[in-house]
Design a protein around this ligand. Structure first.
Ligand code: IVH
Length: 669
């Protein structure tokens, strides 16, 4: 039994770590906050019951995310803690009960909105904004002053009433109007949309170009003042005073902040905002309740991670029930089939929802979906809603169970499902229209060949007219062919042709990505290009040689070999070669072969260079960079706060451990 619990704890920790990475580092979460919190809660409970398995590096002991080094790292003068939170009203009642018992005097609470954005600490000296730092890991964050200074609601200088030195904390967020406008621009440009305002706010704060930050129109509400000898004795006074100094604080007239004397008043505030939050011009994910008086706050104190005097009540993702009218199927550029639920249109979180993604056959079976079912639709942090369940009360009115299709809805070819894969595929890569067009669209996309001036509509027209049937055909297009198309003026046609011509300069690693080999994304293309140096070498590689490359597993290796076995692909490559596309890697300035054949793992935080720079240097000098230690690893570059597990594994396998300085010496810098 205990072994089972230990395994569960390890598995949960690994899962949570991955989600933390997706969320903080990649800004691309794959689960909702609610699901994440449930995982964390399960882990916390297991650890409380079995402290012997509460590992030192457990994600429950971690306050924040990884720190990247694009911006300077700054130590927080006052640690930036988080709030304990709950989705349960009963737990709010329990919390209030405990507080009551701990303090015999009357207690006033302040209820506020929990703004869904990014925490920021802003320092002022002699009335001037001097520094703005992100939360980071709670102890140290990143200096994003230049970007924060672009936010119009944050004063660059404050009134002379303010103390000579203080720090103010708040939440930077993306107002919905500005976020929607940004996504509309992306939609017009045919680019992938941003998933949600919070992650986009976080990404925006870390942009290098503060002009872009300014254009995006972030905003900020303040919720705390820190400093020595502050003249106020309560949180509510702090907020009121901050407003006088020039900060944007919540408006009491709009019920955005409220003093409450009882749990009933707290509950009223929670219920009010659970309903009204849809009308706000920004997103909130809950309500924060704080003990108002500073002396009482001090009396209550802190746990390791959060104050005892405050708690957050989080709203569950909004859900609605509606009818499943039909399931249709989309065919992607690689032939992947995605089932889509077509719903009776319904209002959800401010938008009309008509469709929801169903991912794959397993998902449909798990939900046991029937056409005509009343389904629950939820909008988590993501733009595309999902079906989370079926209201079985209405099953009687439903029709037949959804049967997954067996042939391609676009070209009729029987579908395949490979071993171990969840997705069905249409194997007719060169004859199935959405696959043909999708491959061309991928080929010309920004991160691939970056050919501008040919949107999806133009690709469709060119395909309909029989002018292009694969991406190599793009290079045979003539001015008269393009200018004859609907809505194509002389200038646009010339621009498109110039952009096609310019794509001959695109480096090999992006060309490889542009080819659209299944499972060969941007990073894999980079690794392959650097390892093999040319398409001919890659084509000649054996299965064993392929899987020897970083991050290349069997699935990718098989896909690459299948690609080169298809005579149609070989013909396309010959035609691309003939027009002068780059199929060899070019030496970059500053590159060397010093680290050829060596494999590195980097771990921890570094003093002189960032992790990204370190990775870049490894690759530039011919080395390979991998995520985990194995017998194949040549060196472990160890920084500060490196995980003990990695160290232990490296020692066990006899992998050489070197410092950042040793590494720099190795490459002669
Ligand atoms: S008070 C010591 N008030 O929620 C606690 N936080 O995990 C200081 N947040 O990182 C936080 N709205 O970024 C506080 N009205 C509010 C808030 C708020 C949003 C964020 C904050 C913090 C997280 C709590």
């Amino acid at each position: 039994m205990s072994e089972e619990i230990k395994q569960r704890i390890l598995k949960l920790s690994a899962e949570i770590n991955q989600h933390n990475y997706n969320y903080y580092v990649k800004s691309a979460p794959t689960i909702s906050d609610y699901e994440f919190d449930q995982l964390l809660k399960e882990l916390e409970e297991l650890e409380a019951q079995h402290p012997e398995y509460a590992f030192e590096n457990s994600p429950t002991k971690r306050v924040g995310g990884d720190i990247t080094r694009k911006f300077e790292t700054v130590q927080h003068q006052y640690p930036m803690l988080s709030l304990s939170n709950t989705y349960s009203e009963d737990e709010i009642r329990d919390w209030e009960d405990r507080i009551h018992k701990l303090s015999d005097t009357n207690i006033t609470y302040v209820c506020e909105l929990k703004y869904d954005g990014v925490a920021i600490g802003i320092r002022y000296k002699n009335g001037q904004l001097t520094q703005a730092v992100t939360r980071g890991d709670g102890t140290q964050g990143e200096d994003v002053t230049t970007n924060v200074k672009t936010i119009k609601t944050i004063p660059l200088s404050v009134s002379s009433d303010a103390p000579t030195e203080f720090e103010i904390r708040g939440e930077i967020f993306f107002p919905l109007d500005n976020f929607n406008r940004l996504n509309e621009q992306k939609r017009i440009a045919g680019e992938e949309l941003y998933a949600n305002p919070r992650n986009t706010a976080s990404g925006t704060l870390k942009l290098q170009d503060s002009k872009v930050v300014a254009e995006r129109g972030l905003d900020c509400y303040l919720y705390g003042v820190y400093g020595e000898d502050l003249e106020f004795n309560s949180h509510s006074e702090a907020v009121e005073t901050a407003e006088k100094w020039g900060f944007k604080t919540p408006d009491p007239a709009k019920q955005m902040i409220k003093k409450c004397a009882s749990i009933d008043e707290i509950m009223l505030f929670i219920h009010y905002w659970d309903k009204e939050r849809k009308k706000l011009p920004f997103e909130i994910d809950g309500v924060v309740i704080k003990v108002d008086n500073y002396d009482q706050q001090e009396q209550l104190g802190f746990t390791a991670k959060s104050p005892r005097w405050a708690i957050a009540y989080k709203f569950k993702a909004e859900q609605v029930r509606t009818r499943l009218n039909e399931v249709t199927y989309q065919v992607g550029r690689t032939g992947a089939i995605t089932p889509v639920a077509n719903l009776e249109p319904v209002q959800l979180a401010g938008t009309t929802v008509k469709r929801a993604s169903l991912h794959n056959q397993d998902q449909i079976e798990k939900l046991e979906l029937h056409i005509g079912d009343q389904v629950f639709v939820e909008k988590g942090g993501e733009i595309i809603p999902k079906i989370v369940g079926v209201d079985l009360e209405f099953r009687g009115e439903a029709d037949e169970a959804v049967a997954f299709i067996s042939t391609c809805p676009e070209c009729g070819t029987p579908l395949i499902r490979r071993d171990g894969e969840a997705q069905h595929y249409c194997p007719n890569e060169t004859g199935c229209p959405p696959q043909i067009k999708g491959k061309i669209e991928h080929f010309i996309s920004r991160k691939a060949m970056n050919i501008e001036g040919l949107g999806p509509e133009t690709i469709d027209l060119l395909y309909q007219e029989g002018l292009i049937n694969d991406y190599a055909d793009l290079y045979d297009l003539t001015f008269s062919q393009i200018v004859g198309l609907e809505r194509m003026a002389d200038k646009s046609a010339n621009n498109a042709l110039a952009s096609i011509e310019a794509s001959l300069q695109v480096p090999f690693e992006r060309v490889l990505y542009a080819l659209g080999i299944r499972h060969v994304g941007e990073t894999v293309s980079k690794n392959l290009a650097r390892y093999f140096g040319s398409l001919d070498q890659l084509k000649a590689a054996s299965f064993d040689e392929l899987v020897a490359v970083n991050d290349i597993g069997e699935k990718i290796a098989i896909s690459i070999q299948e690609f080169f076995l298809d005579p149609k692909n070989l013909d396309i490559i010959d035609r691309l070669k003939a027009v002068g596309i780059k199929f060899d890697i070019e030496k970059q300035e500053g590159s060397s072969e010093t680290l050829n054949g060596l494999t590195f793992v980097i771990s921890g935080v570094f003093e002189r260079i960032s992790r990204d720079e370190l990775k870049e240097l490894i690759e530039q000098n011919g080395g390979k960079n991998t995520g985990s230690i194995s017998a194949k690893t040549s060196y472990l570059v160890a920084g500060e706060n490196m995980g003990p597990a990695k160290l232990e594994k490296a020692e066990k396998l006899g992998v050489k451990i070197i410092s950042e300085d040793d590494f720099l010496t190795m490459i002669g810098g």
